[in-house]
Design a protein around this ligand. Sequence first.
Ligand SMILES: Nc1ncnc2c1ncn2[C@@H]1O[C@H](COP(=O)(O)OP(=O)(O)OP(=O)(O)O)[C@@H](O)[C@H]1O
Ligand SMILES: [Mg+2]
Length: 359
Amino acid sequence: MNDNLDHAYRQALAEHLNEETEESLSRAYDLGRQALAADFGILDVLLLYDAAFRDAVLTASPAEQSVVALAITNFYREFLSPFEMSFRGYREANLELLRLNEVLATTNTELKQKQTQLIQAAKMASLGELVAGIAHEINNPLAFIISHLKTIEKCLSRARTELGTTVTVAAAELLDRAMNRLHESELGAQRIKHLVVKLRTFSRLDEGERKVVSMRESIQSVLTIVEHRCLGRIDILAEFGEPDLVDCYPSLINQAVMNLVANAMDAIHESGTIWLTTARDVGDFVITVADSGHGIPADLRDRVREPFFTTKPIGEGTGLGLSIAHSIVHKHGGTLDLAPRPGGGTVATIRFPLLSDVS
Ligand SMILES: Nc1ncnc2c1ncn2[C@@H]1O[C@H](COP(=O)(O)OP(=O)(O)OP(=O)(O)O)[C@@H](O)[C@H]1O
Ligand SMILES: [Mg+2]
């Protein structure tokens, strides 16, 4: 205790023991406030109490001891009141801090998610531009390669006819070989053409107009196109909920659903089931494509949406299906989620806000 406080304390306690009054108690309270401000701890107060007890109670006559002990206790009760109040204040402030901390943690998580989405969107946008450029550059020379291949084929078969029986065995073999290689080149060129189509869909998502369509009809048309790939092997169970009429870019949504169904089919090696549902969830339209396939290994879950990431053999997968679907859903202001399906397989969920109730 500093000297001033020490002096005031002793004096106040002596006065209080001499005559316990309202005033002497409020003096004790005031000293408690000063002690608290001077960084006094509870242990310091206990030491003072102990010393006062020894000095005053033990030296009092047996008849007075209990009166003195009570007076000292009253004095300290008042002396400790400011401490008690400040502890309550701490406790309340602590609770408020804990609450604010929770708010901060939630805001932080939301910010991180937004940041990831923004980075993803920016990445997609710049990749889209790059891909559009490459697709354009490939498309022109590819067009004349394909058309020239056809001309070469015609020329070769005409040459064969012109030569007729005069053709030597060696020349005939060379012509056959040229024809075979030509067919292989045509297959290769067609593959490049398909890739270019996918690349263009990936980059030119602004094509096609937004309109209100029947989701049942739209998705059923997709299923009609892809069903032949799995007849007798995979059951496709579709359940169309309300609303049916939805305002969207129909050709793009078809494309996204087609990519998800294609992935589901690829994931089922022998036989299995694909469940397709549409429904409203509060203000969102939700399409799910679930499969009983082999599922996505946990360590690949973050990577599968990356453009060009594929686990399929060369020539079978371009790794663009999910990134295209992701960009399409993003264009609708929505999200594409992939989660393990209880019981095995994957559930892909497209969710985007319904613009207005058009049904
Ligand atoms: N339903 C699914 N079940 C299991 N794995 C999946 C599923 N959907 C996607 N994947 C995994 O994600 C990878 C990327 O999928 P994505 O559709 O982007 O490309 P892809 O199917 O490989 O090729 P593409 O769609 O261009 O033909 C796949 O190679 C596959 O490993
Ligand atoms: Mg795919």
